[in-house]
Design a binder for this molecule. Structure first.
Ligand code: ADP
Ligand code: ZN
Length: 752
């Protein structure tokens, strides 16, 4: 009898099951087990031993689910690293890493079987056995070439593909052979070929291919060489290239190299939102190899992609969001993290609270793969690693082709108000710039970091603002639905016309979101076609693509949006970019506020004047002399970074420390308060002054629960491993204390 330790998709340790040898189960295989009285789960076999564990009544492994293992040895190491570093169970890593449909669970075995999916299949074709030798084929072709040239050409093609792909059994995907169904049917009936249904393969592993690559400019060529030198020293490369410098073209050259040596390539992007343009470009060059992976795909597609990749033998090009990191790969040769500074690489809402950019570096070192981090505005973490020489720093300071960086103009909102040079929420400078672009038939992007109509409404008589009863934040007014909505939990209610507090009829909308911007624009420019791109308008991938597509084709003139519009778009017609309210970027209480404000403004500015057209960026602010605004005007990343790093060092913030945040929550306010102080004190005994708090978290009450936060700063150079061990002990002490049993503690390592 064998015994297997199995990971289940739960916040639980591993459990041991007995394993019948007949099942032919190996490490990394997905299996079905019963856990609890009436629940069947998919688990991953982590270890197999012959020593009987000291546990009475072991349950057996019931089934093996797929023919190929779902988790390869390197991926096992990655899961273990993730669980250890981010302080969660390996089951929680599994829950996130495996798409739902690849790990069916149910209340009966029959149901599990029903829910089990298979990898997508496709038709493969091979020459009939009698024709497999070179002489036999040559002989046949010679005899039939004149009368049936099409038939012999197809046979030749199949043989050539089989050789090129080193297909030992002679089978090649039928789609690579250029012929129609009828033709294949004819060949089959003449017993010249045989066909088989096999799992669909995308990456064409060992096939040597010449890809049609873009010609690089001199500057791009130099950057590429510098990256390669860095990789030769075994270092991660940080490509700091301004917007429009053509980082993608450099990635493409690196990809071609990795793919043609039979290795896999992984490219991470912050949000799949921007990938439509990118995928099209990649698919054009590396046709048939690309797999995309993101949350807009159907659960079935995601499950099938995972299964297909688990069986792949290499040569895959995967483009996806952070969770794509956990897709199975045979042998990754290159990992690219584009827009590496982007906050969406960090998963904050559930365990593992990992950072995809950091994990990419870990993945690279596990597999010996090359890593490139690219950005126009690198994170200070990566920049520090470059300054210290840990990463190879490569800078691209010019735009590709005729493009030049846009001119940045500051428009002082207070002054505009004083002088009466403001119409609705637009300063005269903004309107003039928009006029100029629209008259010339060019396009405008307007960025406002708030969605909805108004962030809050307020009674002009008593000052009352309606708040979410569950989350204690102001409710955002949405005009389209004429409702008030909580942007944290989704609670919504009708907009009151009479103040619920003093009953006067004087409720005013305060501030402005994208919906209001859209409305005002249409009043000022009734002729212009305006589109809005935010979480309310782009509710599906389809809706999203339509909006972007219309703007791309010039069917709309003005695009209003939230931070989605700041990301990687390459629109040719945009000459004016407006940032409608820089103040709310600058005044965020977060220690990263300045860095983020700089990044957002530079990224959205980068959408202007990308093709040999002169672009301009208008920033409306009431703090025109704010240092961050000055760095944006000068486009001086290095100055921003120097000053910001100085501040971070003075206060011991990342990248000079690791920040670990504990969040405690409970529906009982008193219990939470005591637990928070108890936890902080327990931690202080181990960590001293490195502990900060407890404080009530920024949203004190969320979804009907109370929150408190404790922060722990572990200075660089101190052992994180030791810190995690001590912290685990402290948390265990609280968790096992009966007085606090209703309190939930979440840990976020390298918190944002
Ligand atoms: P980045 O990602 O650095 O902002 P992109 O890679 O999107 O920049 O390039 C900006 C634009 O310039 C794109 O339209 C791209 O097609 C074009 N471009 C950049 N480099 C080249 C090149 N070597 N050959 C052809 N087009 C290029
Ligand atoms: Zn709410």
């Amino acid at each position: 009898m064998l015994y297997a330790r199995v990971v289940l998709p739960l916040a639980q340790p591993m459990y041991t099951f007995s394993l019948d040898e007949e099942l032919a189960v190996g490490v990394g295989d997905a299996v079905v087990v019963q856990f609890g009285s009436s629940r069947y789960y998919t688990g991953i076999v982590w270890e197999i031993t012959t020593t009987k564990p000291d546990i009475p009544r072991l349950k057996p492994i019931l089934r093996k689910l797929y023919t190929t293992p779902l988790v390869r040895p390197h991926a096992q190491r990655l899961w273990e690293w993730t669980a250890d570093y981010y302080m969660c169970s390996i089951g929680e890593v599994m829950r996130m890493a495996l798409p739902a449909m690849a790990k069916p669970s149910a209340t009966s075995l029959a149901e599990v079987d029903e829910r089990t999916i298979t990898a997508p299949m496709e038709r493969y074709v091979a020459l009939a056995t009698e024709l497999r030798s070179e002489e036999a084929l040559a002989d046949y072709v010679h005899k039939h070439e004149r009368r049936a040239p099409r038939r012999t050409a197809t046979l030749d093609k199949i043989a050539a593909l089989a050789t090129e792909r080193m297909a030992e059994d002679g089978f090649v995907p039928r789609r690579l052979v250029d012929a129609d169904n009828a033709h294949f049917a004819a060949l089959r009936s003449k017993h010249l070929i045989v066909e088989e249904l096999r799992p669909r393969e995308v990456g064409t592993n060992n096939a040597q291919r010449d890809f049609l690559l873009p010609t690089l400019s001199e500057a791009q060529q130099q950057a590429l060489q510098a990256i390669k030198r860095g990789h030769d020293d075994g270092r991660v490369a940080l490509l700091h290239g301004i917007t429009g410098s053509g980082k993608t073209e450099i990635y493409i050259h690196l990809m071609a190299e990795a793919l043609s040596s039979g290795r896999d390539v992984m490219m991470l992007v912050p949000e799949i939102a921007i990938t439509a343009q990118l995928i099209e470009r990649l698919e054009h060059i590396f046709e048939g190899r690309t797999t995309t992976y993101h949350s807009h795909l159907t659960p079935l597609r995601r499950g099938q992609s995972y299964l297909r990749l688990a069986a792949s033998t290499g040569g895959e090009l995967i483009v996806g969001v952070r969770s794509a990191l956990f897709l199975p790969m045979n042998s990754p040769g290159l990992i690219i993290v584009d827009e590496e500074h982007d906050p969406s690489y960090k998963q904050s809402d559930m365990q593992p609270r990992y950072n995809g950019r950091d994990m990419a570096v870990v993945l690279g070192s596990l597999y010996g793969a090359k890593v490139v981090l690219g950005s126009a505005t690198p994170s200070l973490e990566s920049y520090m690693n470059a300054l210290s020489g840990k990463y190879c720093y490569v800078e691209l300071t010019e735009r590709w082709g005729e493009g030049s960086l846009p001119e940045v103009v500051i428009s002082d909102t207070l002054r505009a108000v004083k002088r009466g040079e403001r119409k609705l929420h637009f300063n005269i400078d903004m309107l003039r710039a928009m006029d100029a672009s629209l008259t010339a038939g060019e396009q405008v992007i307007l960025f406002q970091n708030r969605r909805g109509y108004a962030p809050y409404i307020q009674c002009r008589t008593c000052g009352y603002s309606p708040r979410c009863p569950h989350c204690n934040v102001t409710l955002t007014q949405h005009k389209a639905t004429s409702r008030m909505e909580c942007h944290y939990c989704g609670y919504s209610t009708e907009r009151p016309t009479v103040c619920p507090n003093c009953e006067t009829q004087d409720m005013a909308t305060m501030g402005f979101g994208t919906e209001k911007v859209e409305e005002e624009i249409s009043r000022i420019y009734p002729e212009a076609r305006v589109e809005r791109l935010d979480a309310d308008s782009a509710t599906s991938e389809r809706a999203y693509r339509d909006i972007v597509g219309r703007f791309e084709r010039g069917e709309s003139n003005i695009l209003v949006g939230t931070q989605i519009v700041t990301k990687g778009f390459d629109f040719a017609g945009v000459t004016t970019v407006g940032i409608l309210n820089a103040d709310n970027l600058l005044s965020s209480p977060d220690f990263r506020a300045s860095e983020r404000a700089y990044q957002l403004m530079m990224q959205v500015a980068g959408r202007a004047g990308r093709r040999n057209k002169h672009g301009r960026v208008i920033i409306q602010t009431s703090q025109p002399t704010h240092p961050v605004i000055r760095y944006v005007v000068a486009g001086d990343y290095h100055a921003m970074a120097r000053v910001e790093l100085g501040e971070r060092e003075a206060f011991g913030y990342p990248p000079y420390s690791h920040l670990i945040r504990l969040t405690l929550r409970c529906c009982d306010y008193e219990q939470l308060r005591y637990a928070a102080h108890y936890t902080a004190n327990t931690m202080r005994r181990k960590f001293g002054s490195r502990v900060m708090g407890p404080v009530a978290a920024t949203r004190e009450m969320l979804r009907g629960e109370y929150y408190a936060a404790i922060a722990l700063k572990i200075e660089s150079g101190a052992s994180m491993r030791r810190a995690r061990t001590l912290l685990k002990d402290a948390i265990e002490e609280v968790r096992t204390n009966k007085e606090y049993k209703r309190v939930t503690i979440n840990v976020d390592v390298d918190a944002w």
